[in-house]
Design a protein around this ligand. Structure first.
Ligand code: NAD
Length: 445
């Protein structure tokens, strides 16, 4: 199904931003009570509509209702609840020491969070609820008006959000624009106070170029190839369970999914055997008939991914079915660094395993490439942990459970270099969508 959306031109975009800016200037979005009311309504949107959300995500991505509950709805609620509990405390002015000899006695100062104004949130399709509403919650908590553009690639979810958001949130200050490149381009021509984009680096560059015209700050939540280092002498059955359950979830379409494994040749063999066992336990003999295994979002991504299946030697999976956009959980062995599967972020259920002689070679391999969104490792060795933390650069280092660091609202989530700029979640979103303003008071006499 291909939806067409009503035209949304630059004139429409300009009128929308002018309207929201006026509302923001009126002070409507600033009081704590307004922010809390919007967050409470956002929470209600999620809890009242679990069934419709699950249906839309099944249609878009074959996402299982259980995963929708946990990864799309409950994780977003966790973020909202964090604001509802802490926002007042976080918004309290922070006194600053002004202990300098050249100022009159009695000088005082503090900092406080000032809402930026009108924010634009452009989101991705792979977790189209969580990745959209989490930054929106942050923008509302910070007291902004918001223009929301869901990804048109998850079209059922986009349509549902376009119906629900105006029914729950303050339509004077929050607007949804649906559609693809044309409305996004029209929006990007406007003077926003912040643009928050989740997606790929090519469009990230388009966003940043457009933002530069207005000196608009941007947050870019991008992707990359997140490596997994598996040390010898770890519990391979447990490692395989952690890797398979995160790599093959949502058919590998997770920005922080393990992209490839670096390990020694012996461990590579043992890990492959263990992965086959876990995949069988998770999805049965034929994952295509499993009720919990996902599908690829569209034909373009399906074709891109099946072209990567020729790299290395297929040790597990490898089957695909274009009519269903199905690609089996796949493990590739004997992969060489110059093969296609190692040239781009995979963003699908294909796991290449590459062999390295030791940790130093693994670190060099990681550092020879773009800075990833996460570096993962399974090791019991403290020196190995310290070396990975200090000798590589990435959005996060995670020992033991890939992906899950992003589920914790007290941790900033974001990339570095090619994997993005800026971060969010919990109070970090508040910082992202606010200006920390200095207030300075000097006595006259
Ligand atoms: P995408 O969502 O990044 O790109 C497609 C979107 O870009 C569409 O909505 C389309 O309308 C828009 N677009 C395309 N051309 C445009 C143009 N010229 N001007 C304006 N907008 C344009 O889709 P994708 O590339 O399939 O997404 C996958 C990428 O997103 C991966 O790299 C993944 O790692 C990343 N991602 C990152 C995170 C994160 O939180 N860091 C989360 C999810 C996905």
């Amino acid at each position: 199904m291909t939806t067409t959306w009503p035209d949304f031109t630059e004139t429409d975009a300009a009128a929308l931003v002018t309207r929201l800016r006026k509302v923001h200037r009126s002070g409507r979005t600033k009081p704590l009570a307004w922010r809390r009311a919007q967050l409470t309504q956002l929470r209600a949107l999620l809890t009242d509509n679990r069934k419709d959300i699950a249906d839309a995500l099944w249609a878009d991505l074959h996402k299982s209702p259980n995963e929708v509950d946990i990864a799309e709805i409950n994780l977003t609620i966790l973020e909202i609840d964090d604001y509802l509990e802490h926002l007042e405390e976080w918004l309290a002015p922070q006194p600053a020491e002004v202990d300098v000899p050249h100022l009159p006695e009695g000088t005082t100062a503090h900092t406080e969070f000032d809402p930026l104004g009108v924010a634009l949130v452009l989101s991705a399709w792979n977790y189209p609820i969580y990745l959209l509403l989490t930054p929106v919650a942050g923008a509302l908590a910070a007291g902004n008006a918001v223009v929301i553009k869901p990804s048109e690639l998850a079209e059922q979810t986009s349509a549902l959000l376009a119906r629900l958001i105006p029914a729950y949130l303050d339509t004077d200050a929050v607007a949804v624009v649906e559609g693809g490149v044309a409305p996004t381009t029209a929006l990007l021509a406007q003077n926003f106070d912040h643009i928050f984009y989740t997606g790929n680096g090519t469009v990230g560059r388009i966003v940043m170029r457009a933002a530069a015209e207005h000196l608009t700050p941007v947050t870019l939540e991008l992707g990359g190839k997140s490596p997994v280092f598996v040390d010898r002498d770890t519990d391979i059955a447990a490692v395989a369970e952690r890797i398979a359950s995160t790599k093959f979830s949502n058919a590998g379409q997770i920005c922080v999914a393990p992209d490839y494994v670096l390990t020694d040749p012996e461990t590579a063999q043992a890990l492959t055997t263990a992965l086959a066992q876990v995949v069988q336990e998770l999805y049965g003999d034929d994952p295509q008939t499993s009720g919990t295994y996902g599908r690829i979002i569209n034909e373009r991504h399906f074709d891109r991914l099946t072209a990567l299946l020729g790299s290395g030697r297929t040790a597990l999976g490898g089957q695909s079915d274009r009519t269903e956009k199905y690609i089996a959980p796949t493990v590739l062995l004997d992969v060489q660094p110059d093969e296609p599967v190692m040239q781009e972020e995979i963003f699908g259920p294909i796991l290449p395993i590459l062999t390295v002689a030791d940790l130093t070679e693994a670190i060099d391999f990681i550092n020879d490439r773009d800075k990833p969104l996460a570096v993962y490792a399974f090791t019991d060795n403290d020196t190995t942990r310290t070396r990975l933390i200090t000798e590589t650069s990435s959005g996060a280092v995670n020992f033991g459970l890939p992906v899950f660091h992003l589920t914790v609202p007290t941790l900033p989530f974001g990339g570095v270099g090619e994997s993005g700029m800026g971060n969010y979640h919990g109070r970090y979103s508040l910082e992202t969508f606010s200006h920390r303003k200095t207030v300075f008071n000097v006595p006259l006499n």
